[in-house]
Design a protein around this ligand. Sequence first.
Ligand code: IMP
Ligand code: MG
Length: 177
Amino acid sequence: MTKDIERVLLSEEEIRAKVTEIGKQISQDFHGKNPIFIGVLKGCFIFMADLMRNVDIPCSMDFMAVSSYSGTSSTGAVKINKDLSEDIAGRHLILVEDILDSGVTLNYLKQYLTVRQPASIHIATLLDKPARRKADIQPDYSCFKVPDAFVVGYGLDYNERYRNLPYIGILKPEIYS
Ligand code: IMP
Ligand code: MG
């Protein structure tokens, strides 16, 4: 598996240190607010699991699963494959994503959830790839900015592979070209 990786971008140690810091920061910022962390599957699963173990305030968790409608990237429409099971009216939401790339997915989700009148919506992303942003959206919490390259590992996939790598690496271009 690692033979497919061009280079390690973020080591396990670097990720652990930063995720710990962001978890502490969120705990301070949302003290007394009983937020709901909403993981966007599947890419969020490792980040969310590590982040939550560094959050030490009362909170709850839920998950959504989304996919892009093929051929509609211009409209930004996203298909909801799994919706929330909790009522979010009046609650503080923290959307947890693996990577903010074009921003189309999170922009859509934010609008989709706003209709249910939560008290606030914040975004916590493991990675931010600002070079490819199309939607007008920025993360409130971001662990790392990454260059415009295809990255995998620590939850991020290419065709459902590599999610189980414990680090984040740049995939060799010959794998996806
Ligand atoms: P966005 O709507 O363009 O922001 O896309 C976000 C989704 O695209 C992420 O949740 C990932 O699933 C996927 N994605 C974007 N860039 C990468 C990458 O470099 N590696 C793996 N997945 C990516
Ligand atoms: Mg994803």
